[in-house]
Ligand binder design. Structure first.
Ligand code: ADA
Length: 547
């Protein structure tokens, strides 16, 4: 979703914090960065409550306010009047409203990071990643055009002929307009798409097209002219397929080796600076890894743009973690999951880097009662973007009953870590046994043609603790090396997303796990992206495989 020609609202805003359960006082005696997480500022460190941010904006008439992430929820006020509510933390939204006469207006965004313990909660306190309060991501405003998009989709329809399918669903002053003019890149050729009440669909051959791939991440731009308004959309042409148990990109078999990555930083929470996002991907590529699972929520536009440009393959998923039967069967939870999963896919639809889309990490998918929601979510993703494969990270192994709804089987598994054995050093027999059981499960008749991925696997490693024993850097390196070798040398796999890219903040104890010093230490890099032994080891292995 590109929100161009906008006035960026990033900067230092006025700030006010009220504690848990209290009515915001809005005295604004403090200041805070935007984007930013207030609960990482020294005064409010790890506190819960409502943080209100204020600034003034000079604008007037119909405007659009873009918000890419507010946590855990937020209310937006314009000159004291509430104009929007955000109830899902990584939701990308454009709010259109009348800003009034052209002058300086007051904009207040109040965010709240108290937990919601209801069954319908989108972010429960047992999730194994820290629930920060703040304005996580980009916030920007622009003058609204008379015509605006509900949906603009550009998806690949044929890679041999370089054809894309363009779907327009426009709103506003559109009823008298019967055609959209489409130009690709700097070509002189003009195409026309018929519109009826702002809606239209057509297939177009992109002149001088180039396919997108990790080796050659070529992008195209479509200029879609509707009346006086031009929508500019970047996209890529590529085909992703699952067949005979393998994943193919443009007809070439893919082997995925990469990491689960939280879009987070110990000092900035989910308000990750551009430089960090860019460097994270640069070091990933330096290691020769080729993919990221954006665990466990929709990714920022900036990150997806970088992956498009740098040729990094992405699994994007909607927010969820360990959701149990009570949640999965709760109509409110279901409605929010479906709404947010759909919104995620629509917002990131033109990004060729996304090859997999998912939802509900480690939900209770061994239960029959999980089936209706899993089916609905998979159907939603297939309907919005049929060019991506659908999957979900399952931790119930061969007890999973929902794999029939998706194309790719993804297993989160922790041999030699959560298995209950007390071995001091990595037990390779156990690695083989656990992976063997998953391979057996994935060879059942109804599953054998679906690609298999180890979507999480790992062990904690304390930075600078050495010796090969549990919790040491070498223990983690030995385990991850064994996994990468196993999935690379065994034909059944399409790869693995190791858990995890770098150490991340969570809780010392939150009911679902105990974490030393409130960090998850399963990073191959430490929290500030300093390599541990496993990072170097995987780099060597990938070099050896000429990855
Ligand atoms: C889970 C989960 C991750 C993380 C990991 C761990 O399977 O999906 O978010 O919590 O395990 O470190 O235990």
């Amino acid at each position: 979703m590109n929100f161009s020609n906008a006035f960026e609202l990033a900067g230092i805003w006025e700030f006010d914090f009220s504690g848990m359960g209290t009515v915001p006082q809005m005295l604004f005696k403090d200041v805070a960065p935007v984007p930013g997480c207030f609960d990482l500022m020294p005064e409010y460190y790890l506190k819960r409550g409502t943080g209100s941010y204020r600034r003034y904006v000079e604008i007037g008439g119909m405007v659009e306010l873009y918000s890419e992430g507010l946590g855990l929820r937020g209310d937006i006020f314009w000159d004291g009047k509430k104009i929007a509510e955000v109830d899902a933390p990584f939701s990308k939204n454009i709010f259109r409203f009348d800003a009034g006469e052209f002058k300086k207006h007051e904009l207040i965004i109040s965010v709240n990071n108290e937990f919601d313990d209801s069954n319908s909660s989108l972010w429960r306190r047992n999730y194994d990643f820290y629930a920060h309060g703040g304005i996580y991501r980009r916030i920007a405003i622009r003058q609204a055009e008379k015509i605006f998009e509900r949906e603009i989709k550009i998806i690949t329809s044929n890679i041999e002929r370089g054809e894309v399918e363009i779907t327009l669903d426009l709103d506003g002053e559109i009823s008298n307009i019967s055609n959209a003019k489409i130009i690709f890149d700097n070509s002189v050729k003009e195409f026309s798409l018929e519109l009826k009440q702002g809606k239209g669909k057509g297939i177009f051959a992109v002149p001088d097209f180039k396919l997108w791939s990790p080796e050659s991440p070529s992008l195209h731009t479509a200029f879609i002219e509707v009346g006086d308004v031009v929508f500019e959309k970047t996209f890529g042409i590529r085909r992703v397929e699952a067949k005979n148990g393998k994943i193919y990109l443009n007809g070439k078999k893919l082997h995925l080796i990469g990491y689960n990555r939280h879009d987070a930083h110990p000092d900035f929470g989910y308000a990750v600076p551009s430089a960090v996002r860019c460097q994270d991907l640069q070091i990933l590529k330096q290691q020769r890894a080729n993919c990221i699972r954006g665990s466990h929520y929709p990714q920022s536009e900036e990150f997806l743009d970088l992956c498009d440009r740098m040729g990094v393959l992405v699994w994007e998923e909607s927010l969820g973690w360990g959701n149990n039967e009570a949640a999965l069967t709760d109509p409110d939870f279901q409605a929010k999951q479906i709404r947010e999963t759909r919104k995620m896919a629509l917002a990131s639809i033109n990004h060729p880097c996304i090859i997999l889309r998912g939802f509900l990490n480690e939900a209770s998918t061994s239960l029959e009662s999980a089936k209706p929601l899993v089916k609905k979510l998979a159907d939603t993703l297939h309907e919005v973007d049929p060019t991506c494969l659908v999957t979900y990270g399952s931790n119930v192994g061969n007890r999973d009953v929902c794999a029939e709804f998706v194309e790719v089987i993804s297993c989160n598994t922790y041999p030699c870590w959560y298995s209950g054995n007390e071995d001091q050093f990595v037990n390779y027999d156990e690695v083989k046994k656990v992976l063997g059981e998953l391979e057996e499960f994935a060879s059942e008749d109804k599953l054998k043609n679906k690609p298999l991925i180890i979507s999480e696997v790992g062990a904690e490693a304390m930075p600078n603790l050495h010796g090969g024993q549990r919790w040491s850097e070498e223990y983690q390196a030995d385990l991850l090396e064994a996994i990468v070798r196993h999935v690379t040398e065994n034909e059944r796999y399409s790869g693995t997303f190791l858990w995890q890219f770098c150490d991340t903040r969570t809780y010392i104890s939150n009911g679902s796990q105990i974490r030393a010093g409130n960090f998850n230490f399963k990073g191959a890099l430490d929290r500030h992206r300093v390599p541990k032994e496993s990072w170097r080891r995987i780099a060597q292995v990938l070099k050896e495989y000429e990855f």
